[in-house]
Design a binder for this molecule. Structure first.
Ligand SMILES: CC(C)(COP(=O)(O)OP(=O)(O)OC[C@H]1O[C@@H](n2cnc3c(N)ncnc32)[C@H](O)[C@@H]1OP(=O)(O)O)[C@@H](O)C(=O)NCCC(=O)NCCS
Length: 158
C-alpha cells in the first residue's frame, strides 16, 4: 500500500469549514466560521493533512499567541501534535516574532506535557480562568532558541 501523503502548511480560506468542524469536536471553546475566516486571514494558522484529510491545526494571531490547537481524536498519540507544533513555531519564528504564548488548562496533561517538551514554560498561573476551580497557565516559548528544546517550569496547581 502506498504511504499516505502528510502535508504541513498554512491554512487557506477553503480550509475554514474543516477547521471549524475539528475545533467543535476537539475543544470546549470554539469559534464561528466568521472567526475562523478572520484567523486564517492573519496567515498564522498552520495545519497538517494526511491524504488531504485535516489531522490537526494550530491557530495563532499575529502577536504569536496560540488561540486554538487540536489534533483529531483518531490521529492522536501518533506524533502529529508534536510535529505540527514544531512546524508552527518554526513558521512563527520566520515572521520575526520573538516568542509564542498560549493558555492551557491545568488539568490538560496531554497538552501540558507536549508544550513543555517543545520548550514552553509556565510564566503565570491563571486562577479560575476557565470557570470556578478550573485554573489555567499562561505559557511562553522563546523563539530565539532551538525549537523543541525541553523546558522546566514550576506548576502552581500540580
Ligand atoms: C494535546 C494534543 C494536541 C496532542 O496531540 P497528539 O498528536 O496526540 O500529540 P503527540 O502524539 O504528538 O504527543 C506528543 C507528546 O504529548 C504528550 N501527550 C500527548 N497525548 C498524551 C496523553 N493522552 N497523555 C499524556 N501525554 C500525552 C506526550 O508527552 C507526547 O509525547 P510521547 O508520545 O513521547 O509520550 C491532543 O491531545 C488534542 O488535540 N487534545 C484536545 C485539544 C486540546 O486539548 N488542545 C490543547 C488546548 S490548549
Amino acid at each position: 500500500m502506498p504511504k499516505p501523503k502528510v502535508v504541513y502548511r498554512l491554512a487557506k480560506r477553503l480550509d475554514c469549514g474543516h477547521l471549524e468542524e475539528l475545533n467543535q469536536v476537539a475543544l470546549p471553546v470554539f469559534y464561528s466560521r466568521f472567526e475562523w475566516e478572520s484567523m486564517v486571514s492573519m496567515k498564522r494558522t498552520y495545519l497538517v493533512t494526511v491524504s488531504a484529510e485535516l489531522v490537526g491545526y494550530m491557530a495563532c494571531n499575529t502577536d504569536g499567541c496560540v488561540i486554538s490547537f487540536a489534533v483529531a481524536e483518531k490521529f492522536r498519540r501518533k506524533g502529529y501534535g508534536r510535529a505540527l507544533l514544531k512546524y508552527g513555531l518554526e513558521e512563527l519564528k520566520k515572521t520575526g516574532i520573538p516568542e509564542a504564548i498560549l493558555r492551557v488548562k491545568v488539568i490538560n496533561k496531554p497538552a501540558l506535557m507536549l508544550y513543555e517538551a517543545m520548550g514552553f514554560v509556565v510564566i503565570q498561573g491563571l486562577p479560575n480562568y476557565y470557570s470556578k476551580g478550573d485554573h489555567g497557565y499562561l505559557m511562553r516559548c522563546p523563539l530565539s532558541l532551538k525549537i523543541g528544546s525541553t523546558s522546566f517550569s514550576i506548576k502552581l496547581w500540580r
